[in-house]
Design a binder for this molecule. Sequence first.
Ligand code: SF4
Length: 370
Amino acid sequence: MHLAEMRSLPQALAMLFRVLQAQLSALWLCLAPFSCRLRGALLPGRSPPLLEEGAGAPDGAEVPTVPTSVNYHFTRQCNYRCGFCFHTAKTSFVVPLEEARRGLAMLKEAGMEKINFSGGEPFLQERGEFVGKLVQFCKQELKLQSVSIVSNGSMIRERWFKRYGEYLDILAVSCDSFDEEVNVLIGRGQGNKNHIENLQRLRKWCRDYAVAFKLNSVINRFNVDEDMNEQIEALNPIRWKVFQCLLIEGENTGEDALREAEKFMISDEDFERFLDRHREISCLVPESNQKMRDSYLILDEYMRFLNCRNGRKEPSKSILDVGVEHAIKFSGFDEKMFLNRGGKYVWSKADMKLEWQFTEDPILQTLMCE
Ligand code: SF4
């Protein structure tokens, strides 16, 4: 129908709008694939998804899971006694250094880009020498993009930074409260050590030795009402991971557990309230219970993957005995959940170019704070 034949201006405009809409849709369908690829290429530190939807393996073939980012809990021993701890001192075993290096090299071979050393307390073994040598090996020999440690911070000395700081990308320190009495209530402490004073010292050393500083907090019954805005802003971490207190059968709940964490638990609504109170902190990364259960690839002290999907830690065989590809099938790891929770971020200090404290580039800030 010609426009002139229409009875009213509104009818003519409606027709024009429909024609334009159809043409724009067609154009978008042509450009969409390029747009996705461009986005991946333009954002630094963002890799395309490891498994693209619908781009599976040839019929029936299994796509091996890639251990891109691994958390190696090489010791269960700790000098603190946090009441909600979900990786408790059930053994005192630590793989010998050479074996640990062999396992790490196997993981690198299978595609590992990031390693995080955790515990227990990683600095307890040989007063930090063990973890220092592993950090150096992973950076110098394996040339991993990112090497990080999660620690309660109480055993780290400045001489460690002098010796190993250059090989470490990120140090994450646990702190659940800026009220020392609450830390004592939780069990985050040992003797007269002041956890918060220690945190300030570590923050300074991270600046002095060019190590990115990250903060981890577990939100529980005793700190859920706290307002931490001021202190977090002053510490200025690259990332503030905020975890919801989690029950794991056999670790902090149940008959054979070493802790009873029930009294620390909070509801999802309580957790949301805490997050809402801190919504202005741009580097806050929330971790709900669901995200924590299946989006971490966890290796225990025997170098076995731990599957936490059923609410308890079920181990695979050791990668040292059966290889990475076989062991990882039992890890319960959800690669999509890992990517969804922002598991891939700017995790190498070389990429941060140590501008992470000062950058005003909004894209870079967003990426670093994922
Ligand atoms: S510092 Fe970490 S490993 Fe040690 S008891 Fe506390 S939660 Fe557990």
